[in-house]
Design a protein around this ligand. Structure first.
Ligand SMILES: *Cc1c(COP(=O)(O)O)cnc(C)c1O
Length: 357
């Protein structure tokens, strides 16, 4: 019997989505964001499928080193930069490009010896997470640009906080601040994440930094990847591990929060919150069984989820796969049922423990 949860990955979908990004931002180069295990899709596989990108971006150095160890030769930008001498030595070995977002990182580079890096100085335009404030920026820029460890011009980066709200004035204000603060400087510029590159053309600049779009998923609440001409990369399936009949009045699962109103066929899927299928998903959340929609019922358990399969045309077999999200069932729709974002659901899929098709 098939007992595997599978997060199947469609490499052609990755390539298609990268082409869609290039069509949408034809004058920008692409820094493909594959941090956090490529949003749960598997880091190395993502990098191989997206080899036509101009650069990759990851947040933490471990992922950058894993890419190099797998033979990925493309430029890699370290979005959080380095935190100590050991990071700097590893970054030298791996020829990483470094984001510099705080004074300590300038000091590290000052002591870098003969190593040289392409650097991205980060301006905080209102996200208030990483980066120098506009008032601190000129001094940081001057200090950084004088270092022998910096190869070429200091490149310039910022990050939008509200780009997934189309028409948000916040993006306009952030972009104006970025332009004002960096005016006349020679470096290349990067600002837009997926939402901004899609819907805020002014923000595209020299380099766009898409993550979510490359996985075939929409960053906007009112659309799916398909609406944007993208193809979902992940197809998440789990096997049916049991099936049973309930009489009217019987209840399902912990807390008995769902009651059968009539005779009901139930299938139990072998996936639960320990596998990344959120416990917050309510009864009524859709799943697919042989292309037909059915709904989960009762509370999602640690490793199991009940499904009402009464309305299906074809009887359910033990071992057959249930699709939790994928090309036929947008993760955006599932996420909205949980009151969560698709980012969160995808990242919750720890692929290493799953089988591959
Ligand atoms: C994660 C991240 C991105 C990509 O964001 P998406 O919304 O997935 O496109 C871009 N830039 C930075 C700095 C990030 O941290």
């Amino acid at each position: 019997m098939n007992r595997m949860i599978r997060a199947g990955i469609d490499a052609d979908a990755y390539r298609h989505n990268l082409r869609r990004v290039r069509e949408r931002a034809p004058r920008s180069r692409v820094m493909a964001v594959i941090k956090s295990d490529a949003y749960g899709h598997g880091l190395i596989e993502a990098a191989r499928a997206l080899e036509a990108t101009d650069a990759f971006a990851v947040a933490r150095i471990g992922e950058a080193l894993a890419l190099r160890a797998a033979g990925i030769a493309c430029p890699i930008v370290l979005l959080e930069g380095v935190f100590d001498q050991a990071d700097l030595a590893a970054a030298t070995q791996a020829s990483l490009e470094l984001v510099v977002h705080m004074p300590q990182q300038i000091e590290l580079l000052r002591a870098a010896g003969s190593a040289q890096f392409r650097v991205w100085l980060k301006l905080d335009t209102g996200m208030n997470r990483l980066g120098f404030k506009p008032s601190e920026f000129p001094e940081a820029y001057t200090a950084l640009s004088r270092l022998s460890a910096v190869r070429g011009a200091v490149n310039l980066l910022t990050h939008f906080s509200c780009a997934d709200e189309p028409g948000s004035m916040t993006s306009t204000a952030q972009l104006n601040l970025f332009e004002r603060t960096t005016r006349g400087l020679p470096g290349e510029r990067s600002a837009a994440n997926s939402a901004a590159l899609w819907d805020f053309p002014q923000g595209r600049a020299d380099w766009v930094r898409p993550g979510l779009l490359l996985y075939g998923v929409s960053p906007f609440a009112d659309s799916t990847g398909k609406d944007l001409g993208l193809l979902p990369v992940m197809n998440l399936t789990a096997p049916v591990i049991a099936a049973k009949q309930l009489a009217a009045g019987e209840r399902v699962g912990y807390g008995g929060i769902w009651t059968a109103s009539h005779n009901t066929h139930i299938a139990i899927a072998g996936i639960g919150y320990s596998d990344g299928y959120p416990r917050s998903l309510p009864s009524g959340t859709p799943v697919l069984l042989h292309e037909e929609r059915a709904s989960i019922v009762g509370r999602v358990s640690m490793g199991m989820t009940a499904i009402d399969v009464s309305a299906l045309d074809v009887p359910v077999q033990i071992g057959e796969p249930v699709c939790l999200w994928g090309p036929g069932l947008p993760v955006e729709q599932v996420a909205s049922k949980a009151g969560a974002s698709p980012y969160e659901l995808l990242c919750g899929i720890g692929r290493s423990s799953y089988g591959r098709p």
